[in-house]
Each structure stands twice: as C-alpha cells, then as structure tokens.
Design a protein around this ligand. Structure first.
Ligand code: ATP
Length: 235
C-alpha cells in the first residue's frame, strides 16, 4: 500500500544561540484509513511532528511526502493549497469564528476552495453536520453550543473539503470524558467507512488504545516500537 503521508529523515531544529531540536530523524509512513495516535511525554515533540506532517511547518532536514509527492520544494502558496484541499485540522481549541453560524463556519473552507455552486456546498455542509449529530444546530452561533458540540463543528469544518488526512492536536484536551469518547468514535468511523486517515496527538492512554497504531516519541525521536510499526505500510 502506498503511504498517504510519509516522513523521510525528518528533523526540525529551531535556530538560535542555543539551537533547539524539536524532532530528529523521523521515518514514518502512514497509509489510507489508518487511525494513528502520536503519544509521548510532555515536550517530546508530538505537536511539532504533527505540524510537520500537516505542512504547517517545514522540516530543517529530510522531507514530507503527501500522496507520494515530495513537498520540500513547494512554495508557501502551494503548501496552503495542499492543506486546503487534502488536509483537515482539529486543535484543542475549536477556533470557530464567533460571528459565523455553525453552518457558516463549516462552509468557510468550502468557499475558499470553490469549484462548486453555493447550493451544493450548503447541502454538503448540512449533510456533514447532520452526520455528526448537529443537524438541528446549524443556525446557532458557536457561543450557543456546548464544548463537545463546538468540537464536532470543528471536525465538520475539518472534513469540509473531503480531506485525505485529518490531523488533530489534543482534540479532546478541553472535553469531558463522554465528549472525548464521541470525538474518538467519530474518528474511528471516518477511518473505517471513508478511508480518511486520522493522525491525532493525545496524552490519554485510554483513547490512544482505541487507535489502530501508536507512534511514540521520546526526546523528538521515534521510540523503538514506532519504527517497527512504520515498516508494513512502506512495503
Ligand atoms: N518556539 C519554540 N521555542 C523554543 N522551544 C520550543 C518551541 N516550540 C517547541 N519548543 C520545545 O520543543 C519541544 C517539543 O515541543 P512540542 O510542543 O512539539 O512537544 P509535545 O510533545 O507536543 O509537548 P506537550 O505534550 O507538552 O504539548 C519542547 O521541549 C518545547 O518546549
């Protein structure tokens, strides 16, 4: 199976009088429909790796491949276009725009990508929200929703342009146990039913155990087991 996202010898060093190594020598191949948890102690580089895999940051060594394409030479506009059309992001904080309705928030990335009539975009956004149990909340403002509902809107927005990969950074960090479980249930269903790849940073052992693969970091490097796990998808 061809990997959807691949890191080849990826390192990221912050320059300075005392350079800081965020991640180092990461080799990782993640396939279609995989549900991957990035785990490790605080400060081990989990968010840094996620940002690199999501093309939000650039490696200082090695490269990231998306659907087999090396992104090392892509300029900022090309990276932005790839993020918009191929990737979806969910963060610990929802980052919904407060003045837009739930539906309006989900339609923002759709309108940015364009290519379909407004009525079609609206229908698709409504379908996504319905699917995530928010069919009766579409005209509300984010402030009128619970934390769990807001995070589901953020997931709907991440899915707006039918991404190949969802990248989530501690998406359950602000949620109660039940809402956190709902988020992971949604991710599991997405990977199973649509072949979307989900890569999520989490420090919650119980949730990490529900994914199909663990990638563990220690001091910015893959822990031994993660390297072994990386091999089957790159065959
Ligand atoms: N802009 C920065 N300047 C200096 N150090 C940084 C910067 N960004 C990250 N770091 C350091 O790099 C290391 C990796 O950070 P990162 O946020 O990727 O780790 P993490 O595993 O996600 O941590 P946490 O679980 O606490 O969120 C940490 O030691 C962090 O303090």
């Amino acid at each position: 199976m061809k990997p959807v996202v691949e890191a080849r010898g990826v390192g990221r060093v912050l320059p300075g009088l005392v350079p800081v190594t965020l991640v180092d020598g990461i080799d990782l191949a993640i396939g279609e429909g995989e549900f991957v948890a990035i785990t490790g102690p605080s400060g081990s580089g989990k968010s840094s790796l996620l940002y690199l895999l999501g093309l939000l940051d650039r490696p200082t060594s090695g490269s990231i491949l998306l659907e087999g394409r090396d992104t090392a030479e892509a300029d900022a506009a090309e990276l932005a276009a790839l993020r918009l059309s191929k990737l979806g992001f969910v963060f610990q904080f929802h980052f919904l725009l407060p003045e837009f309705t739930v539906l309006g928030n989900v339609m923002i990335p759709m309108r940015k990508l364009g290519g379909s009539p407004e009525t079609e975009l609206r229908k698709r956004a409504e379908g996504l929200l319905e699917d995530l149990g928010l069919g009766d909340q579409t005209s509300k403002l984010p402030s009128q929703l619970s934390g769990g509902q807001r995070q589901r809107v953020a997931i709907a927005r991440a899915l707006a342009n039918r991404p190949r990969v969802i990248l989530a950074d501690e998406p359950t960090g602000n949620l109660d146990t039940k809402s956190a479980q709902t988020v992971f249930d949604i991710f599991a269903r997405l990977t199973r039913e649509t072949g979307t790849t989900v890569i999520t940073v989490t420090h919650d052992e119980g949730l990490a155990a529900q994914t199909s693969r663990r990638v563990s970091l220690v001091d910015g490097r893959l822990a031994m087991r993660s390297s072994i796990d990386a091999s089957p998808t790159s065959e």
